[in-house]
Ligand binder design. Structure first.
Ligand SMILES: Cc1cc2nc3c(=O)[nH]c(=O)nc-3n(C[C@H](O)[C@H](O)[C@H](O)COP(=O)(O)OP(=O)(O)OC[C@H]3O[C@@H](n4cnc5c(N)ncnc54)[C@H](O)[C@@H]3O)c2cc1C
Length: 448
């Protein structure tokens, strides 16, 4: 039998593509070597947000008096928090399995590999669990993996990556996080709330590279007030068990902690599944694709983290929609204009479109419209934390170029701005929309 579409990897890219293809009548087969749902569902987006929500509830209970509620002797139980996370992950992965069945997708659990084309099938050929499968089109969605930098002594040390941190059932007394990117800062927020002494070491001069620098600094200040220690423009030179040697501007220091969490980034998975037989073109550290998500082989598509482009689940989902759409004869192109980025700390930070830093590099003129979040009545009513800010960057012709928000629930509001940017709305057009009152989202209208 020849499948219309074979997909390697059952993460957000793979399962979205499989469901859409199956529902649209394509004979589809999906290979997954670990768990359906991929990194996002099993050890990324959902588990981290589940833990962060428990931490937020704990913090809210501790701060209950500010809402005139008394809540004494507030405690937490980390093994139960982890157990709740595992239960949620199981429920959601079962949901993905049900979706695959409903869409008529054949799911094969096992490690799949691409074979030399035409040996047996004359089309795309995939081997899994000792069987050969043939498919007219192939979609590669193998995702990404943690980067382990060659820091002397690190390999010999019992350090955590995000995977181990999510399974840990004891609260470390102190934790040094190598890398102040999204994942590192979310874990910093989580363990800080549980009472761990958290230290973040970041090589760049600000945390959260790629986000608006002013807002990142504001978030860092909020987290510093909560007791997190930051070492910016600082490099980890070596690790000797729990002793970490750091260096800033030529000056070296030793920090001693009970645990190390490594989060310096992720890289596309390009090995272990016979990619070399296809010999596709690469771009930077990922697989090169065109605007329809086709690789340099017209019948081979790639979506999600494997392209090394955005490394976000919602990007992976949209890329999968574009790829399957193209296979079905639609010619929608992938757009990266309005991909929201969110850090689910407390308070949250969310961003979409261009930052001031990018606009300056591109020599684009813009004006800044900025308001404290306290201009939102709802934000004040809920006594939300910190010195939140909403910053809107407007082009000379009034087009909205970027929106950056610090304050809860930035993750839920940012989509308003994303739609405006994707559709090329002018500030006046967005301002003319009716926002429900009172909502924190009104801050966008106020700022405009
Ligand atoms: C701690 C953490 C938190 C995150 N939080 C967020 C967040 O809040 N929001 C967000 O948007 N993104 C988040 N991400 C990123 C997000 O998880 C990824 O962008 C997303 O999972 C990418 O989806 P994907 O389908 O490309 O790959 P993956 O989810 O990595 O899935 C790839 C799948 O392919 C399978 N596979 C690989 N090779 C083979 C093979 N040869 N045969 C069979 N199967 C194979 C793997 O087992 C895996 O299940 C987070 C990541 C981490 C690590």
């Amino acid at each position: 039998m020849i499948y219309d579409l074979a997909i390697i990897g059952g993460g957000p890219a793979g399962y979205t593509a499989a469901e859409l293809a199956g529902k649209n009548g394509l004979k589809t087969i999906l290979f997954e070597k670990n768990n359906l749902g991929g990194i996002c569902l099993n050890e990324g987006c959902i588990p981290t947000k589940t833990l962060l929500y428990s931490a937020k509830v704990y913090q809210t209970a501790k701060d209950a008096t500010k809402y005139a509620i008394s809540c004494e002797n507030v405690t937490f139980d980390l093994p139960k928090i982890i157990a709740r996370k595992t239960k949620i992950v199981r429920k959601l992965t079962a949901g993905i399995r049900a979706k695959m069945n409903e869409a008529g997708v054949e799911t094969v659990m096992g490690e799949a590999g691409v074979q030399v084309q035409g040996t047996e099938c004359k089309v795309q050929e995939i081997a899994c669990n000792g069987q050969i499968y043939c498919a007219s089109k192939l979609l590669l969605c193998t995702g990404s993996e943690t980067i382990i930098p060659p820091i002397p002594g690190l390999k010999e040390t019992d350090f955590w990556t995000s995977r181990e941190a999510l399974e840990n059932k004891g609260v470390p007394e102190s934790l040094l996080i190598i890398g102040g990117g999204v994942i590192g800062i979310e874990f910093a927020s989580f363990f800080n709330t549980l009472g761990t002494q958290v230290i973040v070491v970041e090589m760049l001069d600000e945390i959260l590279p790629g986000m608006d620098k002013e807002l990142s600094a504001l978030l860092r200040n909020e987290l510093t007030k909560k007791g997190i220690e930051f070492h910016l423009s600082t490099k980890v030179v070596s690790v000797d068990n729990r002793q970490i040697e750091i260096e800033k501007a030529g000056e070296k220091n030793i920090l001693e902690v009970s645990k190390i969490l490594l989060s310096v980034g992720r890289k596309p998975v390009l090995t272990g599944f016979g990619l070399e037989t296809l010999n596709p073109e690469l771009f930077r550290n990922g697989l090169k694709v065109n605007e329809y998500m086709q690789t340099s082989h017209a019948d081979v598509y790639a979506c999600g983290d494997i392209t090394g482009f955005s490394l976000l689940a919602h990007t992976a989902v949209r890329e999968a929609e574009v790829a399957v759409g193209h296979i079905l004869g639609k010619n929608e192109k992938m757009s990266y204009k309005a991909i929201p980025g969110v850090i689910y700390t407390n308070p949250e930070i969310a961003s979409v479109g261009k930052t001031e830093e990018v606009l300056q590099t591109e020599n684009v003129s813009y004006t800044v419209k900025q308001l404290p979040m306290a201009y939102s009545g709802r934000f004040v009513a809920e006594n939300e934390q910190g010195n939140g800010v909403c910053k809107i960057l407007e082009g000379e012709d009034g087009t909205i170029l970027g929106v950056h928000i610090l304050g809860n629930p930035a993750s839920e509001i940012i989509v308003i701005a994303g739609i405006a940017i994707e559709k090329g709305l002018k500030a006046e057009e967005l301002k003319a929309m009716i926002f429900p009152h009172p909502t924190v989202g009104e801050i966008i209208k106020e700022a405009l």
